[in-house]
Ligand binder design. Structure first.
Ligand code: G3I
Length: 366
């Protein structure tokens, strides 16, 4: 009786799994998790489907220190485009005023060039990873305008023609000139550039980028704009307005940081809506995270989810490519930002292809 009372108290205090002995999951033999079976290559499949590339984001520290990772990254049958995940952001490229550093970005550009891979620039202006001298400098409108012009023209101009002209397409294929300008309700995000210059900071950034490299495609890039909602409508309205006013804009980047089992059902229609403005579109930062632990069921759902995003791009002619936000779970940004979630990428942390890989291949119809 005393034992039972003690157990009930323990259950109340600690929860059922700790109050009484139970059959822990580690004592149950679990079936091995499924992996991919396709022998096709992702970039080859994307090109066969008429797209320009299947790409990935990366950081130089990863491919310099991890040979197995570097080999996969450098396989241009798998990846036809590379986006520096962090190296081209303001805090990295202009950490103090007019002091530009491109060490890591150059490493990535030269890796891409050596592999015959396109480069996507990311980004000129964003509220995060912005150098603190910019956000805390109390600059007036005219000074901040010239700081923005100088920054965008220097970073975009740096890679102009850098990669020789053996590519059919311009080697620095596109630039996310403006990143994440909107709140989820469709209003423009408040940060130093909107607060000091107003929404025309977007015009200034785009015009500086165009002047610095007339051949690269200029994008505005954001998350939570995959399906129809207030934010994607704000993006549509902004790009329509830019085009009406003759401000250079070539593409809309749809990041696609998504959750397993929660993929919007209207991605294709929304990409078509964007394309109706006369711009190209791209899936720029795809990953599909799950609540851990990984199970066979979650991996199957993730495969279906990757397939539906890729097939939405596949079905829209103006959707030129799909980039995943790094390719293996070892280097994903997700667990650091969403504790308890992860396994968002098509390769696991040991570089084994997950069912999601098959979903990507199936999404490219060719
Ligand atoms: O550079 C410092 C290093 O000095 C320090 O020792 C280390 C300790 O944490 O942090 C390093 O900075 C990290 C930085 O990445 C560079 O690796 C930051 O902590 C970390 O927060 C930062 O995360 C990046 C994140 O943007 C910032 O918001 C991710 O790697 C990057 O993948 C992610 O990418 C963004 C896109 O640019 C825009 N869309 C969303 C996407 C995911 O957040």
């Amino acid at each position: 009786m005393l034992d039972l009372r003690l157990s009930l108290v323990l259950i109340a205090l600690l929860g059922p799994s700790q109050g009484l002995p139970s059959c822990s999951s580690s004592t149950i033999a679990s079936a091995p998790l499924p992996s991919a079976t396709s022998t096709a290559d992702t970039n080859t499949a994307a090109k066969a489907a008429g797209k320009l590339y299947f790409g990935t984001a990366t950081n130089a520290g990863q491919f310099v220190n991890d040979t197995a990772y570097a080999e996969t990254l450098s396989d241009n049958k798998l990846f036809g485009a590379i986006t520096p995940a962090n190296a081209l952001k303001w805090e990295s490229t202009e950490p103090s005023r007019n002091n530009f550093t491109f060490t890591e970005a150059d490493q990535i550009a030269s890796l891409a060039k050596g592999n015959g891979q396109l480069l996507r620039g990311h980004n000129c202006v964003w509220h995060e990873q912005l150098a603190s001298w910019v956000s805390s400098g109390n600059f007036d409108n005219a000074t901040l305008t010239s700081i923005l012009q100088n920054h965008c023209s220097t970073v975009v101009g740096r890679y102009k023609g850098e990669m020789n002209m053996t590519f059919k397409h311009h080697p620095v294929d596109s630039w996310d000139v403006v990143n994440e300008p909107f709140n989820d309700d469709g209003t423009q995000r408040s940060f130093v550039f909107t607060d000091t210059i107003g929404p025309s900071y977007i015009d200034i950034a785009l015009e500086s980028a165009r002047a610095a490299d007339p051949s690269t495609k200029l994008y505005i890039n954001d998350f939570n704009i995959e399906g129809f909602n207030a934010k994607s409508t704000a993006m549509f309205d902004l790009v329509q307005d830019l085009k009406a006013r003759g401000i250079p804009i070539d593409g809309i980047g749809v990041q696609a940081h998504l959750i397993v089992g929660q993929i919007p059902g209207d991605i294709q229609e929304n990409l078509e809506r964007f394309a109706s403005l006369g711009v190209e579109v791209a899936i720029t930062e795809l990953d599909i995270r799950m609540t851990l632990p990984v199970t066979a069921e979650l991996l199957e759902q993730q495969k279906a989810d990757y397939q539906s995003v890729v097939s939405a791009c596949d079905a829209v002619e103006a959707c030129i490519g799909v980039t995943i936000w790094d390719f293996d779970d070892k280097y994903s940004w997700v667990p650091g930002t969403f504790p308890g979630e992860g396994a968002a990428l098509p390769w696991d942390e040991n570089l084994v292809r997950k069912p999601a890989y098959d979903g990507i291949i199936a999404g490219f119809s060719y």
